[in-house]
Design a protein around this ligand. Structure first.
Ligand SMILES: [Zn+2]
Length: 200
């Protein structure tokens, strides 16, 4: 939960740092905007650690999974070989199968209604010869994200979410989750040995 706690401190700092530049030199606006955005979306980039947000509202359960590309395919450089491309395609197919990634009690009657996978693994090396050594740059990190919307006939029967992400993507060692549901909010950390979120 370290990354989430850091945000309230990081944002005022970013604003404080931006303000003098905005007042005196408008040409840097764009750079500062990018830094602020970076803090939001990539602040938690830690190989092995993914994040899961779960929101239950009425009959709708929304799950958002985010993590370094490393956790899903084992590398973050742009694809160079057929094996790289195959790994990325396999990860995308696994991410689309939300019903396999998230085990929900049958009694709740949940159906996966919508999936939104955001996997950008960079330009293929065959189309980008100028940057043949880019993959050696340790700072070339990427994140994957995926959102799932389930509709549940009997949300009261939703006692737990059995998170299958560790099995599908064994390079994931920890998932930090936040859960919001009517009258309750909780969070914690999942591991391959303890991968069930209790909704009770
Ligand atoms: Zn990385």
């Amino acid at each position: 939960m370290r990354s989430i706690r850091r945000l309230p401190f990081a944002l005022p700092l970013a604003i404080a740092l931006c303000t003098p530049a905005l007042a005196h030199d408008h040409s840097h606006d764009h750079d500062h905007d990018k830094e602020a955005e970076h803090g939001h979306s990539h602040g938690a980039h830690e190989h092995g650690v993914s994040r899961l947000d779960a929101v239950l509202e009425g009959k709708t359960l929304e799950l958002s999974l985010m993590g370094p590309a490393h956790n899903f395919v084992g590398f973050e450089h742009a694809p160079e070989t057929d094996a790289d491309r195959a790994s990325i395609a396999k990860a995308q197919a696994q991410l689309k199968d939300g019903a396999a990634l998230f085990g929900l009690p049958a009694a709740a009657g949940c159906k996966l209604e919508d999936t939104d996978i955001d996997v950008d693994h960079g330009a293929d090396k065959e189309a980008a010869h100028d940057h043949a050594h880019e993959h050696e740059d340790d700072h070339d990190h990427r994140d994957y994200s995926a959102e799932y919307r389930f509709s549940c006939q009997d949300p009261k029967a939703l006692s737990a979410i059995d998170v299958g992400v560790f099995k599908a993507f064994p390079q994931t060692t920890e998932i930090r989750f936040q859960l919001a549901m009517p009258g309750a909010q909780s969070g914690g950390s999942l591991t391959p040995e303890d991968a069930v979120i209790s909704l009770r």
